[in-house]
Design a protein around this ligand. Structure first.
Ligand code: SF4
Length: 319
């Protein structure tokens, strides 16, 4: 006699919306795909086009070759710069070598670059709030002459800062920071340096803040939260922190094979979200894998609708 399988325990999945791909990531991926169509493979890409292994592997399969430095790009082949932006020296070097290059820098990162240039031209020293070593930070520092920008990572940095000219400061931020942490750093700077100039509009981008608001809305109702994203994805890491601050254990996973079912043993409501560089197919993969072990009820919790999209560079628009 065959035994019927044990009933699966119930699990409610609260799925945050918005989640996953933002307009800048969408655009960057399309740029690589269209470049391969236009020029033929291989097309070189400097740095991971967006911080997601699944996306990078899919583009590799289509003919993209990923490198970290321009020196690794042979003469005569096109190169794409990643969504995070690059120091000015990089396109300058590409031009010097006569390389065809396509800039997939997110327009919202480029906006910060232009503000940095304007602030320096106006004679201001910039305090840049961001995470040391992140490619976006390296790219933004590379827009202005050395010594005109100082990195601030924490409230402690903001408290300890001893600027040469406290009356002549401005601040900008990385686009993918924690909204709450950044507000605390900005408040410290504004208290210490009342004449500091703020950026025109918010630098933390709509996608970062919408995803943080959405995960905040579900975290309090969940026993645990999984954020789908890469360990080097700044906005994904921030989503984990936001959920944890709501008092809910949260973990980052890249794919379904990283689900820790022992961790889910006492969980009856699980939150799910995805960073701006994680495609929806990975969210579905995680939901399907969980459904193999639990009787799943899905609930979407939407806190905003996103309709934004960015133009492609000239020459790559759809025919
Ligand atoms: S997270 Fe924001 S800044 Fe980064 S690519 Fe997406 S829209 Fe652009």
């Amino acid at each position: 006699m065959t035994q019927s399988p044990a009933p699966r325990p119930p699990m409610t999945l609260l799925i945050a919306a918005p989640r996953g791909f933002c307009a800048g990531v969408d655009r960057a991926i399309i740029i690589v795909e269209r470049a391969i169509e236009k020029y033929g493979a291989p097309v070189y890409v400097r740095h991971e086009i967006v911080h997601n292994k699944f996306v990078v592997d899919s583009l590799k399969a289509k003919g993209a070759i990923f490198v970290e430095e321009l020196d690794q790009v042979p003469d005569g082949v096109p190169v794409v710069f990643s969504a995070h932006g690059v120091p000015k020296a990089v396109p300058a070097k590409a031009e010097e070598r006569g390389l065809d290059y396509l800039d997939a820098t997110c327009p919202l990162v480029s906006k910060v670059h232009r503000q940095a240039e304007r602030m320096v031209t106006a004679g201001r020293h910039i305090l840049f709030i961001g995470h040391k070593g992140h490619p976006e930070v390296i790219g933004t520092f590379g827009q202005v002459p050395e010594g005109t920008m100082t990195l601030i990572e924490t409230v402690e940095d903001a408290e300890a800062l001893a600027p040469v000219d406290a009356e002549n400061l401005a601040f900008l931020t990385q686009t993918t920071l924690s909204v709450d942490d950044t507000a605390a750093i900005v408040a410290t700077l504004q208290r210490r340096f009342p004449s500091i100039i703020a950026p025109k509009g918010e630098d933390i981008c709509y996608a970062t803040s919408n995803r943080q608001t959405a995960v905040k809305a579900i975290a309090g109702r969940c026993d645990a939260v999984y954020v789908i994203g890469a360990p080097n994805s700044s906005n994904s890491l921030r989503l984990v922190e936001v959920a944890e601050r709501e008092g809910t254990p949260a973990r980052l996973i890249q794919r379904a094979d990283e689900i820790d079912f022992a961790w889910l043993e006492s969980v009856s409501t699980l939150g799910l979200t995805a960073g701006a560089s994680a495609p929806e197919v990975l969210v579905r993969e995680v939901v399907d894998r969980i459904a193999e072990h639990f009787a799943v009820t899905e609930e979407q919790v939407e806190t905003a609708q996103e309709t934004i999209s960015f133009k492609l560079p000239r020459g790559l628009e759809a025919a």
